[in-house]
Structures are given as structure tokens and as C-alpha cells.
Design a protein around this ligand. Structure first.
Ligand code: NAD
Length: 477
């Protein structure tokens, strides 16, 4: 039996979206010298605002501001003083949490339940956590000397969270930053710029430049940027690795994934179903570490799939600002096209598609929660990242077969193991080539825990003590 829910919309009135936004350089908003682009609400296709597109000259201004702030103020300040700013930012994020969550849902399409209960709290936690490190860097094992100016480029799936993962450790270590949000989700980064002003952060310590690929390229190839931190697709990651090869720049890349979520026949089955749903349908599957390949032990496959379909039928899809919504909008028309195309490849390859029967809104970008069964390892839907609410189901008979299939991918970001046996969890975790392995849970994030990939999922770690390494010169410096 399913229930009807009365609408429970969060108020849009808590955010004040301006008709146009400039760049945030040297502590102030400036028009820049480039053109402008529009950011839209993916659930309605309504234009939200016009945003400046930073030119090469604007990026140069931002890097100069970051350099000045680095040499004159930020790198000279004691760690304890820097920490005060980071704590202040963390507290303002908490105070303005509702506003940030609503804005994130409007610009990104993710359900308010997630932006309010997952994204924003972890963003604040990240700033609190790295604030705690700022005066203890000599105990980090990586020295306490910052690198200088960090150029940071982030994607659209967790706009504010990726910003926090980049900015908090950089600032704690004494670096200054030039950050570019993704072109489809610039608004919360621009609100964060306001928060920096509210926190009295010295001008130039954080600079936010908006724009698309060309602006990103200008940041990563700028000769006065000491450190490049990128999160995004493997394709762009490879281009960046080529662009910085032969320079002194330090680089970290957090790229794509195709995680295996492995369910053994002794797993707590209803919990596993919840974990599978969370693994692939959280954030519309726009998650680099999504459990997009379900590996289920053959003996329980039929039962598990029946329960999974029943559970999927209760997912509520629609208005991201409705507090009941489980599945929001796909972030852009372009991403929707990619998801449709790869799903059609799945059909053509002979996999069997099942999707939740639901009425999709007529405006905006939507894709129903979908599973493909009868998938083999050679299928493109088992190999390529779909980055949407689409699960490919494969089966296995023995733990070794599960390992072989799980590791048979160019990626290696995350994995999940569902079993009653602790010893099996440990032995699987040892053999899985993935940066994060979740046991009897999935998609759990904590600022104290390092996150990052193997192989084409990138290099470097974000979060935890390990996350400091990317922003310090090293113990011998
Ligand atoms: P994308 O690579 O197209 O874009 C990411 C960012 O890079 C955007 O800000 C974009 O404007 C910028 N960019 C584009 N071309 C550039 C260039 N040549 N030089 C510099 N910057 C450039 O990726 P996307 O579509 O925005 O995001 C989806 C991808 O991100 C997925 O593959 C996903 O797995 C990955 N991702 C990884 C992680 C992680 O932590 N590993 C987290 C989130 C997303």
C-alpha cells in the first residue's frame, strides 16, 4: 500500500536571489570584463539569475588578489588566528543553513531533505573540523608550510559541499584560493562569498570566479597558481593533468566512479535494499561514489530484486523544495541527455530495463529511478559512469567472483559490502581496489574520514588528516 502525501513545501522566501551576480575578487563583487551566462532552476527551467563569466584577465586579477592576501596576511597569521575565521565561517553556515539549503535545492534540483540534512550540515562540519587543525599542523605529519595560491575547480552535484572540501583545508593550512563553481550551480558559492564578507575574512583570501570550461582552464594553467585541486569528470581531469605536466604545481584530482555494491546471501536484506536505494538514488545518482553496479549473490537475486522494485515504487519524485520529495530534478538538460543516451545503449545491448511508473513533471529535467537487469560486464552500462538514477544489476556466485567483477573497472572510488560476517567484510575490503569501502551501509561521509580514488578515479585524498597533505609542503620543507 502506498500513501498520498499532502504537499509540504519549504519556503522559497528565505532566499534572496539577485537578478545578476558579479565575480568575488579581493573581498568585493566586481562585474568582470567577460560576458554573462544564465543559471536556471532545473526543476522548472525558470531563469534564476545572470552570472558573470570570468575572462582570462579576471582570473588573473583573482590570482593576484590571492597572492597578495597570501604573502601579506594569511600565511603570516598564526594558525590559531586563522582558526578563528574558519570557526566563524562554520557558525555562519549553521546560522544561515536554511537559506543555503533552499538555494542549493533551487539551483541544483536536489531534494530539500538532502540539502538540509546532508549537504549543509556536512559543509559546516568540514569547516569546524579543519578549523581544529589550523593551529596543530605541526602534528599532521605533513609539516606546517602552506603552498601558496590554490586554484580550485568543482562540479555541480554537491556545489556547496565540494566548495567546503576544497576551501576549508586550504585555508586551515595557510593557503589562499581562487575557486570556480560549476556553470550550472554558481549560486551557493556566491552566497558563500557573502559569508566570507560577513566573517570579515581578509580580502583576497577567498576569491570566487564563475564561468565554464574556459574559466577553469585559465585557473589551472595560470603560472602563479601553486596548487590545482579539481573535482569533476575523468575526461577533464586528464586534460588538467596534461596541462600542468612539467610545471611545479601540486595537483589533486577527484574524478568519476562506477562503484560495486556487493550483497551476499547472508546480508540483512531489508537494510541492504535501503542501502542500494541510498547508494544509487541519493542525489538523483549524481554522486561520483554512487553504488551504480549492484552485485548480488545469485541465490538471493530474485528475492532482492522484487523487494528493491517494491521499495523503489514508494520513492516520491517531484518538487525539490517539497519536504516529502525523495528524488528531485536532473541537474541540466545536457546531463539528462547523457543519462537517456546511455540507458538506450543498455536497451540496445540487450539488458532489461525496469523503471518506476510515475508521471514526470512537464517542465524541467526528470528521469525516473531505473534498474537494468541481465547486465554483463562487457555492457557499457556496467563500465561507464551514467551519473544518474540508473542501476546496473549483475550477479555472482562466490566471493572471488564478486571481487573480480567489482575490480573489473577503470575506476576505483568506492564500494559497498553487505554481509553478516565480519571476517568477510575485512577480507573483501582488503581485496577491493577502491578508496572507500562501506560495510553494511553506503554513502556515509564524515569530515574526519579521507575520501579519494584509485586508478581513473584520480589521486589525492580529501577529508581527515590525509586531506591536509594536498595543501602543505611536506614534513621536510
Ligand atoms: P566536468 O569535468 O565537466 O566539470 C567539472 C568542472 O570543471 C566544472 O566546474 C567545469 O566548468 C570545469 N571544467 C570543464 N572543462 C575544464 C577544463 N578544460 N579545465 C578546467 N576546468 C574545466 O564534470 P561535471 O559534469 O561537472 O561533473 C560530473 C563529474 O564529476 C562526474 O564524472 C563525477 O564522477 C565527478 N565527480 C567526482 C567527485 C569526486 O570526489 N571524485 C565528486 C563529484 C563529482
Amino acid at each position: 500500500m502506498s500513501f498520498e502525501y499532502a504537499p509540504a513545501p519549504e519556503s522559497r522566501a528565505v532566499v534572496d536571489i539577485k537578478p545578476s551576480y558579479g565575480l568575488f575578487i579581493n573581498g568585493e563583487s566586481t562585474d568582470g570584463t567577460g560576458t554573462a551566462f544564465k543559471t536556471i532552476n532545473p526543476a522548472t527551467e525558470e531563469v534564476l539569475a545572470e552570472v558573470a563569466e570570468a575572462s582570462d584577465a579576471d582570473v588573473d586579477e583573482a590570482v593576484k588578489a590571492a597572492r597578495r592576501a597570501y604573502t601579506r596576511v594569511w600565511s603570516r597569521m598564526s594558525g590559531a588566528e586563522r582558526a578563528k575565521y574558519l570557526y566563524r565561517i562554520a557558525r555562519i553556515i549553521q546560522e544561515r543553513g536554511r537559506e543555503l539549503a533552499v538555494l542549493e535545492s533551487i539551483d541544483n534540483g536536489k531534494p530539500i531533505k538532502e540539502s538540509r540534512d546532508v549537504d549543509v550540515p556536512i559543509v559546516a562540519a568540514h569547516f569546524f573540523y579543519y578549523a581544529g587543525w589550523a593551529d596543530k599542523l605541526e602534528y599532521s605529519g605533513y609539516g606546517s608550510t602552506p603552498l601558496g595560491v590554490a586554484g580550485q575547480v568543482i562540479p555541480w552535484n554537491f556545489p556547496l559541499l565540494m566548495l567546503a572540501w576544497k576551501i576549508a583545508p586550504a585555508l586551515a593550512c595557510g593557503n589562499t584560493v581562487v575557486l570556480k563553481p560549476a556553470e550550472t550551480t554558481p549560486l551557493t558559492a556566491l552566497l558563500f562569498a557573502e559569508i566570507c564578507q560577513q566573517a570579515d575574512l581578509p580580502p583576497g583570501v577567498v576569491n570566487i570566479v564563475t564561468g565554464a570550461g574556459d574559466t577553469g582552464r585559465a585557473i589551472v594553467s595560470h603560472p602563479d597558481v601553486d596548487k590545482v585541486a579539481f573535482t569533476g569528470s575523468t575526461e577533464v581531469g586528464k586534460a588538467i593533468a596534461r596541462a600542468v605536466a612539467g610545471t611545479d604545481k601540486k595537483v589533486t584530482l577527484e574524478l568519476g566512479g562506477k562503484a560495486a555494491n556487493i550483497v551476499f546471501d547472508d546480508a540483512p536484506i531489508d537494510q541492504a535494499v535501503e542501502g542500494i536505494v541510498n547508494g544509487i538514488f541519493f542525489n538523483q545518482g549524481h554522486v561520483c561514489c554512487a553504488g551504480s553496479r549492484l552485485l548480488v549473490q545469485e541465490s538471493i537475486a530474485d528475492d532482492l530484486l522484487e523487494r528493491l522494485k517494491r521499495r523503489m515504487s514508494t520513492l516520491r519524485m517531484g518538487d525539490p523544495l517539497d519536504k516529502n520529495t525523495d528524488i528531485g530534478a536532473i541537474n541540466s538538460g545536457e546531463q539528462l541527455m547523457r543519462i537517456r543516451e546511455l540507458s538506450q545503449v543498455g536497451d540496445a545491448e540487450g539488458a532489461e530495463r525496469w523503471e518506476v511508473a510515475c508521471d514526470l513533471p512537464t517542465k524541467g529535467f526528470w528521469f525516473p529511478p531505473t534498474i537494468f537487469t541481465g547486465v554483463s560486464q562487457a555492457h557499457r552500462i556496467a563500465r561507464e559512469e551514467i551519473f544518474g538514477p540508473v542501476l546496473s544489476v549483475l550477479t555472482f556466485r562466490t566471493p572471488s567472483e564478486a571481487i573480480e567483477k567489482a575490480n573489473n573497472t577503470p575506476f576505483g572510488l568506492s564500494a559497498g559490502v553487505w554481509t553478516d560476517k565480519g571476517s568477510r567484510i575485512l577480507s573483501m575490503a582488503n581485496r577491493l581496489r577502491a578508496g572507500v569501502v562501506w560495510a553494511n551501509t553506503f554513502n556515509k561521509f564524515d569530515p574526519t574520514s579521507p575520501f579519494g580514488g584509485y586508478k581513473e578515479s584520480g589521486y589525492g585524498r580529501e577529508g581527515g588528516r590525509h586531506g591536509l597533505e594536498a595543501y602543505l609542503k611536506g614534513a621536510d620543507a
